[in-house]
Design a protein around this ligand. Structure first.
Ligand code: G6P
Ligand code: MG
Length: 218
């Protein structure tokens, strides 16, 4: 038996578009431009660090109190998008892979930087697949630190070397590698070149490949 750890944003659901809209409105409100390219750089980055980066790009300094207010505003706006999410927003073939892994009695965990992970999994009706959920509320060191994935392995009672991580962010691949887990990038191979394997999305991943992850010695 192996442990399969899924990142959430960009792997299970495409929430980047909602983060983008919420960050863009916030940035524009305080007179900072915010582009899609900049949004790319916030993938896998925690809420606090994301706001710090935006303020840095806009060369703006604000008080700690204002910082807290802006964080809350952004999250409330983001949550208003999440509110309307449903199963139709699960990325292609994610459910197929989850079903297959659970039919093969594999352990499944979530390893996400998001503090909204539990709510989102619930919205898209996937909570039942997960033996462990580790999210932004439980970790102190953000990816590329391996903490989130090591914590997930521990909660599944699995050794790190028996775990496989699915990730769309460079920092997430680095975290999986640092944890000595097998890293599978979901996205662009030229960006995720540090991963052991890369697929554009789960539709490109064969069940044969998953069988090899389950049973590498066969
Ligand atoms: C994921 C996303 C990031 C997001 C972070 C925190 O890693 O890729 O874009 O900033 O989670 O999400 P949260 O829901 O806690 O604001
Ligand atoms: Mg991600």
């Amino acid at each position: 038996m192996n442990g399969f750890i899924f990142d959430l944003d960009g792997v299970i659901v495409d929430t980047a578009k909602y983060h983008y809209q919420a960050w863009k409105q916030l940035a524009n409100n305080i007179g900072i431009e915010f582009s899609l390219e900049q949004n790319e750089q916030l993938k896998g980055v925690s809420r606090v660090e994301s706001l710090k980066k935006i303020l840095h790009w806009g060369q703006k300094t604000i008080s700690d109190d204002e910082f807290t207010v802006l964080m809350t505003e952004k999250n409330n706006h983001y949550l208003s998008f999440i509110e309307t999410m449903g199963e139709d927003e699960i990325l292609p073939d994610v459910s197929k892979v989850l079903n297959y892994l659970s039919s093969k009695n594999q352990k499944i965990a979530l390893g996400s930087a998001s503090k909204n992970a539990v709510g989102i999994l619930d919205k898209v009706n996937l909570t039942r697949f997960f033996d462990a959920i580790v999210d932004g509320n439980q970790v102190t060191h953000a990816k590329p630190d391996p903490e989130v994935f090591l914590n997930a392995a521990e909660q599944m009672h699995m050794q790190p070397e028996d775990c496989i991580v699915f990730e769309d962010a460079v920092a997430g691949i680095q975290a999986a590698n640092a944890a000595k887990m097998v890293s599978v990038g979901i996205g662009d191979a030229s960006i995720l070149h540090e991963a052991d394997y890369v697929f554009k999305d789960f539709t490109e991943m064969s069940l044969d490949f998953i069988d090899k992850l389950i049973n590498p010695k066969k």
